[in-house]
Design a binder for this molecule. Structure first.
Ligand code: MLT
Length: 265
């Protein structure tokens, strides 16, 4: 792990492997270790840059709301520091919101997009109210209530009942998020823009992945993205929920490898 000063905060990241650069952005409230299975499997052919987005993992929380645009700008600054002008940009869930903000603001720096278990639309009014209750809750009581409420929705029933090691990994990852970082990210997600109209303007190859049993960003959201992003490809991962890359790494990696290879060559 290395740290880099970006604007007002230090960003922690890993930079592993040699080859075309692939920047992967984790969801909320996770951290760069979300991508371990992908990096381990494919870093013999690709250079993986995996930051802890602000407020998560070992990165600083910084001041105020963690907007998707601020996170995208920090990813661009990290790429500058690493001498990467253009890369595959991928994100899972909140990481996908950041990837779309990145494409909006830095389209020439995106070689191709990977959108996993994510959605383009903004929060509903009810969703914003729930986020604001969660902000109060996390600041008053820490991560426990957030972890307890989210965990059953994150994973497929099969993962929950048969794979305690995956449940533990996700649970431990969530507890590594600082309450203030979670609160800032919740506020950032609540204020994020609706990116639906951007989808028709995406001009780079795009891979969309989603767990069949994703209860947070359901398959229908991915089907909508696929219909709107010209030439995009949708892969539905069976027996996986919202964290499809962790629940079914072999299937996820095989779709990712096929996509990366098709574009790199
Ligand atoms: C995530 O996994 O990043 C979050 O569940 C996304 C969200 O809460 O909208």
């Amino acid at each position: 792990m290395t740290k880099l000063q970006v604007n007002d905060i230090q960003i922690a990241y890993d930079d592993v492997g040699l080859g075309p650069p692939v920047v992967l952005l984790h969801g909320y409230p996770f951290n760069r270790s979300l991508w371990t299975d992908q990096v381990d499997s494919l870093s013999n052919r690709y250079r993986f840059v995996t930051p802890d987005l602000r407020g998560h993992g070992e990165s600083d929380v910084g001041e105020g709301v963690a907007s998707m645009e601020a996170m995208a700008a920090e990813v661009a600054a990290l790429m500058d520091a690493l001498g990467i002008s253009r890369a595959f940009i991928g994100g899972l869930s909140m990481g996908g919101y950041v990837a779309l903000a990145f494409y909006r603001n830095f389209p020439s720096r995106v070689k191709a997009l990977i959108l996993a278990d994510t959605r383009p639309q903004a929060d509903t009014e009810e969703g914003k109210r729930t986020r604001s209750q969660q902000v109060e809750q996390v600041l008053a009581n820490g991560m426990s209530p957030i972890v307890d409420a989210m965990l059953p929705k994150l994973l497929s029933p099969e993962t929950v009942s048969k794979r305690p090691e995956v449940v533990k990994r996700i649970r431990d990852m969530m507890f590594q998020t600082k309450p203030a970082g979670a609160a800032a990210a919740l506020q950032g997600m609540a204020s994020r823009a609706n990116q639906t109209e951007l989808l028709g303007r995406i001009r780079v190859p795009t891979l969309i992945l989603v767990g069949r049993e994703d209860a947070i960003t359901p398959v229908q959201d991915s089907e909508t993205m696929q219909a709107l992003i010209g030439g995009s490809r949708l892969v539905i991962i069976e027996n996986a929920g919202h964290v499809s890359n962790v629940e079914r790494p072999a299937e996820f990696n095989s779709a990712l490898a096929a996509f990366l290879t098709g574009i790199s060559e």
